[in-house]
Ligand binder design. Sequence first.
Ligand code: ADP
Ligand code: ZN
Length: 611
Amino acid sequence: MHAITRPGLEQAREILRQRFGYDDFRLQQAEIIQALLDGEDVLALMPTGGGKSLCYQIPALLLPGTAVVVSPLIALMEDQVTALEQLGIRAALLNSSQDSEQKRHSWQRLKNGELDLLYLAPERLLNPAMLDALAGMELALFAIDEAHCVSQWGHDFRPEYQRLNQLHQRFPTVPRIALTATADARTRDEIIQQLALQQARVCISSFDRPNIRYHIHEGSNARERLWQFIEREHPKDAGIIYCLSRKKVEETAHWLNLKGRAALPYHAGLPDQTRQENQQRFIREEGLIMVATIAFGMGIDKPDVRFVAHLNLPRSIEAYYQETGRAGRDGLPANAWMAYGLQDVITLKQMMLAQDSQAGHQRQQQQKLEAMLALCEHDGCRRQRLLQWFGESLEQPCGNCDNCLEPPESIDATEAARLALSTVYRTGQRFGVTHLVQVLLGKADSRIQALGHDRISTFGKGTALDARHWRALFRQLLAAGHLRVDDEGYGTLRLSESCRPLLRGEAGFSLRKPRRERTKAGGKNGGKAGSPPLPEADQPLFEALRQLRAQLAREQGVPPYVIFGDASLRDMCRLRPENERDFLEVYGVGEQKRERYGSAFLEVIRQHRSG
Ligand code: ADP
Ligand code: ZN
């Protein structure tokens, strides 16, 4: 008997070099590709920007037949197909936004066996006529992208995704791969259950995003500080700013435009068409800022988002990680910046109460919010804490977060903490932070007098600290669980059981001093991660290459990054290739891109040759 020779990793590596222009596999790409080539099912968990698409694109090229890729968003499919076409790979999509001629064309290519990859929305794939048609064809694999959409508890739940379990029964011999960047164990188990992936090989990569630098600040004067941050570190870069409310989105976008930065709003209250246009512009133009609610983001494949800022506290660490993860997909240095305040905790609690009536679910949401607050008030390495939340451990502090770069100062605040707790108690556990701080500072306005709070024993005893420090102390008492915000959503503070030892003098409390934002990221090379900034001498060439890229992108009506990513342009500046052979050495340049773009880019490089 003859063994059938299956394509193997060597051929996969060949494609990686020739088509994609990359030297080596990343994370678990090689293992995943091998498994698919061997006919196994796979569940792949990789961080955003980890390189999930290659895991099924390369097997799609090596295995006989067409690979069917299920994706939840049309924009995402369009981007992927455009990027594949740039590489000379035969890919198409079928979706509701196409006219009948386009649909017919895609169908024809599919039937003629001319497609390596076909992208579909789940409902279209599950259409009986489609399933019948596919049953008569040779299929390389099924890839189920954004697989966390099967999870009922997640933000991105899509009921159609749950019906994808049919694929297993209908096509038992076609390997399936489910991919997601959502890391938690619960979602992972749900994906396995819902998609019948019990036999699948589970490949979990580290979720660390070493090129992202985390900064978290308390929220006073947040907008002005955000502006300083953008001016200083991202004067020309694309970025996303998340806000909690639609109103704040609109205001912030307007304000940025007045300041001279092009910014677009995005939230669920805008007409569909406006949203789509804004999203398209964000993807296709360079250096735009998107100001958005959490409605924006899934399926944004834009690799050169250089910063993600939060003007409010995200509702959970998962959400924070997912949103900040949209920065720096290309692996180049990026910033995650946040300003938050206690008001956010109160507002989020109110929103959670209004949205959901199930007690169990509510409790879970509250706990997630508390964990998020604890991350904000944490005085050690942010990355260690984040990864720990996802069940991973990082041995050493990262050197690339605000706390590592500028360790926060702590002071003994045992006395102050007792004063604060005792003020909460003596005012009847019925007031919020602003009022409590006024009492501590001895501000006897008419309201305080009317309530008789100028006569309680802690009135005016807190003048050793200023209001900013007091607010920080209250936040940290909350984060430590000694206080809690009432469940009615008014923002009043109550004592919790755990504060007793502190009140009795049996435990101490140290305060992490609030700080002014000073961290200079990017410039001073504080972090081990990320590549160094572009040398001054390379700036003019880089700009010229960027312009050429923009022009080519406009001519073809595609996003600039599908022509070349910033990492490729940087590599051109570094290598300064003189001929087409050397041009192939550039990161991200394979045969097809060399053929299409080699001469144009080489010409610009030639013009910038010195001497
Ligand atoms: P994900 O879907 O996991 O967020 P992508 O598949 O979009 O990530 O990949 C992110 C970027 O990394 C893309 O520009 C991709 O071409 C690039 N990439 C993927 N694999 C590799 C590799 N092995 N070497 C270099 N770059 C890679
Ligand atoms: Zn750190």
